[in-house]
Design a binder for this molecule. Structure first.
Ligand SMILES: [Zn+2]
Length: 614
């Protein structure tokens, strides 16, 4: 950005911030309809009672708005499966997820009009390993018919606040590679309904991974209201650096209401929408807290029920720029039992049949996927209008009143540190693996256990990926689940350490941990008359100056450079066992002023300095 255009000039409208670029600023970034930092200046954060839509406002329509262009409704069945939250990943899979996916295959096979979307590849791949060839063939057929869509394609639905972009990419690559290798499809639409706030960095990575559109949900209720008033709920999410020609925009749909469950997705009134969650039919385990139960759809009530539902669809549609409407149908771990599939699909089909056979209603309603929805949306946009551009992020999230979700930025810091440690050791191990494998091929060696080591790396990547889940690195899972994540980390960290010693044929590593909840301990190097060579490995892609600290069993040591035998200045320090007691068996050796560790050439690491201790 030119220095004269540090920030967008003031907005011209109270309602909709539009940047006016004075002529000297022609090289400023392209105009965006909304910059989030400007939007926050406009919001009163007064939280008035909006009526049926508590955090919003009454929505009105005349009734003839769809006479020329019918309302097109896509009801998108989904089931939100956390890879660990109240239960561990494995327990959720055993108790719920495998049944959901098994029953999905049967329910979708029974009627070609039925659809489903699935987001978490960690679960899908585990299930894939358990099912037979016939079921796999049916799944591939459903994918080919575009009735089953894998959305986002990430290993998990990742947190967007705590995760480092390296790990976000790791989980995206792991998921996409699995999907492409095993199913031959490429995800095109993002689905992030539960991460606690949304980041433009995530949308940038999704765009880079080939996605065209995305759906987000957990956004501050005041921002949602403002976006709904301004018809901004669908926008092109723009990166701050993106200059003409725009290359990184991704179409984003922001869900307007409080939650992704059925009461908050059919329209603005949860008391009405809940009546169209047929998992809550009387006699079941789940009920409507608004105390009006759903009714099974019959010839006697179909007209009244269809008109009631259509009224919600129409109101929701007034918040968007086109007559194409996305209505998710699902919740956490939904569609476990066969009866739920049957209740949802058969009752909605009766409602849709009635709507579609009543031309005076000007509505076409069907089950669909995100791909179906966005295809229809872009068809409308191509012919008539463009979406506005929005820049910035959607943090900090508040779901109601002053309930700001910011504690998770810092909670369980011990595990947040483990996340970064595994990330770093995994990266180091992957580079060493590539070097060692190349060397073994060059030497035509059959001794290098490449296949075994690669499986350790894959397992490490998947455990790191799992930890990016929005209840994992955030710290919002229960204690037992956090312990499970910790044990997975410990297994991978141990395997990575073993791996590193194998790949480098070294005998020790500098730091070890004894358990997932233990602090790392320095390895004490035994020094004798025989010189010991220490390899210092820099996995970064740039030179760095650093002090190297190792622990030895005697203060009588000398450090020399391996290649030249030139002495290196080093400091011997005490290791404190207690605040007032120094260890008599371990000592720190710190080289001063520091070694320069190098990276040379693309794809090559130089083990820059060996230290010989005598
Ligand atoms: Zn979740």
């Amino acid at each position: 950005m030119p220095s004269s255009c540090v920030r967008c000039p003031p907005c011209v409208s109270d309602a909709l911030p539009v940047c006016q670029m004075p002529s000297p600023c022609v090289r400023c970034p392209p105009r965006v309809s909304s910059q989030m930092l400007d939007v926050y200046d406009l919001l009163p954060f007064d939280n008035p009672d909006g009526g049926a839509w508590k955090q919003g406002f009454p929505i009105h329509y005349r009734g003839d708005e769809w006479n020329n262009q019918s309302l097109q409704v896509f009801l998108v069945p989904h089931s939100h499966n956390d890879p660990g939250w109240r239960k561990t990943f494995d327990l959720y899979y055993h108790d719920q997820t495998r049944h959901i996916l098994d029953n999905m295959v049967q329910a979708l096979t029974e009627d070609p009009r039925r659809t489903m979307i699935w987001a978490e590849v960690s679960y899908f791949s585990k299930w894939w390993n358990d099912i037979d060839a016939q079921k796999r063939a049916t799944v591939k057929k459903l994918l080919m018919e575009q009735r089953l869509e894998l959305v986002t394609g990430g290993w998990v639905m990742a947190d967007e606040a705590n995760s480092h972009y390296y790990a976000l990419l790791d989980q995206l690559i792991e998921g996409h590679q699995w999907v492409q290798t095993n199913l031959g499809v490429k995800p095109a639409n993002g689905w992030a309904i539960d991460p606690f706030g949304h980041s433009p960095s995530m949308s940038y990575l999704l765009k880079g991974a080939g996605l065209k559109n995305q759906v987000i949900q957990r956004v501050h209720y005041s921002v949602k209201k403002h976006f709904a008033q301004q018809h901004l709920l669908e926008f092109n999410w723009r990166q701050p650096w993106d200059h003409a020609p725009i290359t990184d925009d991704i179409t984003c749909h922001m869900m307007p209401f409080y939650s992704y469950d059925v009461p908050h997705t059919c329209g603005p009134n949860p008391a009405v929408c809940c009546q169209f969650d047929f998992h809550r039919l009387p006699g079941g385990r789940v009920f409507c807290p608004w105390r009006i139960a759903p009714q099974p759809i019959s010839p006697e009530n179909v007209k009244e029920r269809a008109l009631l539902l259509l009224d919600q669809y129409r109101q929701k549609s007034r918040l968007f720029r086109t007559p194409v409407l996305l209505v998710p149908l699902g919740d956490d771990f939904r569609f476990v039992d066969k009866s739920e599939w049957q209740n949802q699909f058969s009752n909605y089909q009766r409602l849709f049949d009635y709507m579609n056979q009543s031309p005076e209603l000007h509505v076409k309603a069907q089950f669909g996927t995100l791909a179906d929805y966005f295809k229809a949306l872009h068809r409308h946009l191509d012919s008539s209008q463009h979406l506005p551009a929005v820049g910035g992020d959607f943090f900090t999230y508040a779901d109601r009143d002053d309930h700001y979700w910011s504690g998770y930025y810092t909670s369980r810091p011990f595990y947040k540190r483990l996340d970064r440690t595994l990330e770093a050791t995994l990266r180091g191990a992957e580079i060493l693996f590539s070097l060692a494998l190349t060397e073994s091929r060059h030497l035509q060696s059959t001794m290098f256990p490449g296949k075994e080591l690669f499986s350790h790396l894959t397992s490490g990547r998947r455990n790191l990926a799992l930890f990016q889940h929005h209840d994992a690195v955030t710290g919002t899972a229960r204690d037992a689940v956090v312990q499970d994540y910790g044990n997975r980390y410990f297994t991978s960290a141990t395997a990575t350490t073993t791996f590193t010693t194998t790949a480098t044929t070294s005998t020790i590593t500098d730091e070890v941990i004894a358990a997932h909840d233990a602090l790392p301990q320095k390895t004490t190097i035994k020094v004798s008359d025989t010189p010991r060579t220490i390899v210092v490995y820099n996995p970064l892609e740039q030179r760095r100056m650093t002090v190297v600290t190792i622990t030895v069993d005697t203060p009588d040591v000398t450090v020399v450079e391996a290649q030249t035998n030139r002495p290196i200045t080093a400091q011997i320090s005490a290791v404190w066992e207690e605040p007032t007691q120094a260890s008599s068996s371990t000592f720190q050796v710190n080289n001063t002023p520091g070694l320069v560790l190098s990276w040379v050439g693309p794809g090559l690491v130089l083990f820059s300095h060996g230290l010989v201790m005598v």
